[in-house]
Design a protein around this ligand. Structure first.
Ligand code: G3P
Ligand code: MG
Length: 228
């Protein structure tokens, strides 16, 4: 990867707009990001929706597990009084190859549908596989993606055991390690970069941004990508 650190907006541009909404993604694009990170779950009618939490309680006027709602029901919920939960398809159409898309698989059973959509957008909408990174904290989901389509770039997320994450990354031929920035040092970054691109998350404040940038990581995921 180039010397320039990739500026990746977290949940769109969470510091500027309501997370994981089309408005947040548009804001990230307006800020000129190199990439956008979003979280996905499968809903009861089978579509992938862009949402962080396992329940709709914190972000919407509804209550309950997101996986129990159909898309029609989810679309009726108000996110922070005015927005809608977008589908992954809607986000893909909005981003339309303008930047890298880091899809974080959160909910169970998200892998198969993510593979189907990514493959569809590559084959029918002119995307390249290298415009995607599918990441997750959950090894089983990444293994499923790897079994279905080996062309999809994979990233291993970790906020605990780096050695374990690296051993796992090898088994699925991952391209990147997505590491809680508080775990990183110059030495660790250099070691990881022998085999992987290193993405640090979620770096929002100027002091840690300076420190993490000085390690020459490959990408930084931030609520304020403009600060990178
Ligand atoms: O992908 C980086 C980051 O989003 C992981 O944590 O909880 O914000 O999804 P979280
Ligand atoms: Mg995330």
């Amino acid at each position: 990867m180039s010397n320039e650190v990739l500026k990746i907006g977290h949940r769109g541009a969470k510091g500027h707009a309501t997370e994981n909404t089309l408005e947040s993604i548009q804001k990230a694009l307006d800020l000129g990001v190199d990439g956008i990170e979003i979280d996905v779950h499968v809903c009861a009618s089978g579509e992938l929706v862009v949402f962080h939490d396992f329940t709709v309680n914190r972000m919407t006027d509804g209550t309950g597990e997101i996986s129990k709602f159909t898309l029609k029901e989810l679309k009726k919920l108000k996110v922070k009084d005015r927005y809608q939960i977008p589908t992954l398809s809607e986000v893909l159409l909005l981003v339309d190859k303008k930047c890298l898309l880091n899809i974080e698989l959160k909910g169970i059973n998200t892998a198969k549908e993510a593979c189907r959509l990514i493959t569809f957008f590559v084959e029918k909408k002119g995307w390249n596989y290298n415009q995607f990174i599918v990441s997750s904290f959950q090894s089983g989901l990444l293994e499923t993606v790897y079994e279905i389509n080996k062309e999809i770039p994979l990233g291993v997320l970790t906020d605990t055991n780096l050695d374990k994450a690296v051993s796992f990354a090898k088994t699925i031929n991952a391209v990147s390690m997505h590491v809680d920035y508080t775990m990183l040092s110059q030495e660790i970054v250099e070691k990881l970069q022998e085999n992987y691109n290193v993405f640090a998350y979620t770096v929002n404040n100027l002091k840690p941004l300076e420190r993490i940038k000085s390690y020459n990581v490959d990408g930084i995921i931030s609520d304020y990508p403009n600060r990178i």
